[in-house]
Design a protein around this ligand. Structure first.
Ligand code: AMP
Length: 184
């Protein structure tokens, strides 16, 4: 069983595929007995993801800061909600609780959290897999940027490979399923 840290948007975007990816992943996590670690929000992709896990009676740990822990933002259905002093403590706790990181569609917050995870992998501070689900091509431009960074000598091929890009829900599930054999 994995403890899967998912970084995703506090908004759900303008395409049904984004919301569906959160719901699909949430269902799969719960049905597989995995634990979701996430930012504790009730809105957007975060809220949809947590609700999908809770609807299947799955395990969810929310990690939220004091300043975000307001009734209108924090998910009321998540029993195991950890409230941290600030964003640094929040991310440290999310890292401590997780076996693998997954990025779904999101904005600045999602990218910042995902890129911190992959940067720490690059520095060999951890060896946890970092997966990004490129739903409906949302991250095509980002993936091109990573490839350009590699071509122009800012990213080694080893580091480029630290972030696994999945193009479909099925690919993401297969990558997650492969983790116990690789590293747990
Ligand atoms: P973004 O991808 O920019 O939507 O950011 C997602 C991140 O924004 C989360 O992990 C949090 O750091 C923060 N955030 C914004 N709104 C909320 C919320 N309602 N609950 C929890 N975290 C939030």
């Amino acid at each position: 069983m994995l403890r899967v840290c998912v970084f995703c948007g506090s908004k759900s975007g303008d395409r049904a595929e984004y919301a569906e990816s959160a719901e699909q992943l949430g269902q799969w996590l719960a049905r597989g007995g995995h634990t979701l670690i996430y930012g504790g929000g009730s809105t957007g992709m975060m809220g949809l993801l947590a609700e999908a896990v809770l609807a299947e009676r799955g395990a969810v740990i929310g990690v939220i800061t004091e300043h975000l822990a307001r009734p209108e933002l924090m998910h009321a259905g998540v029993c195991d909600m950890r409230i941290t002093r600030d964003m640094h403590a929040r991310k440290a706790l999310m890292h401590e609780l997780s076996d693998v990181y997954v990025g779904l569609p999101g904005g600045f917050g999602t990218l910042e959290e995902l890129f911190e995870a992959v940067t720490w992998a690059q520095l060999e501070l951890h060896a946890r897999p970092v997966l990004l689900l490129n739903v409906a091509g949302l991250y095509d431009g980002l993936i091109r940027l990573l490839d350009d960074m590699t071509v122009h000598g800012f990213l080694s091929l080893r580091c480029r490979r630290l972030m696994t890009i999945c193009s479909t829900d099925e690919e993401l599930r297969m990558a997650l399923q492969a983790i116990p054999q690789q590293s747990c």
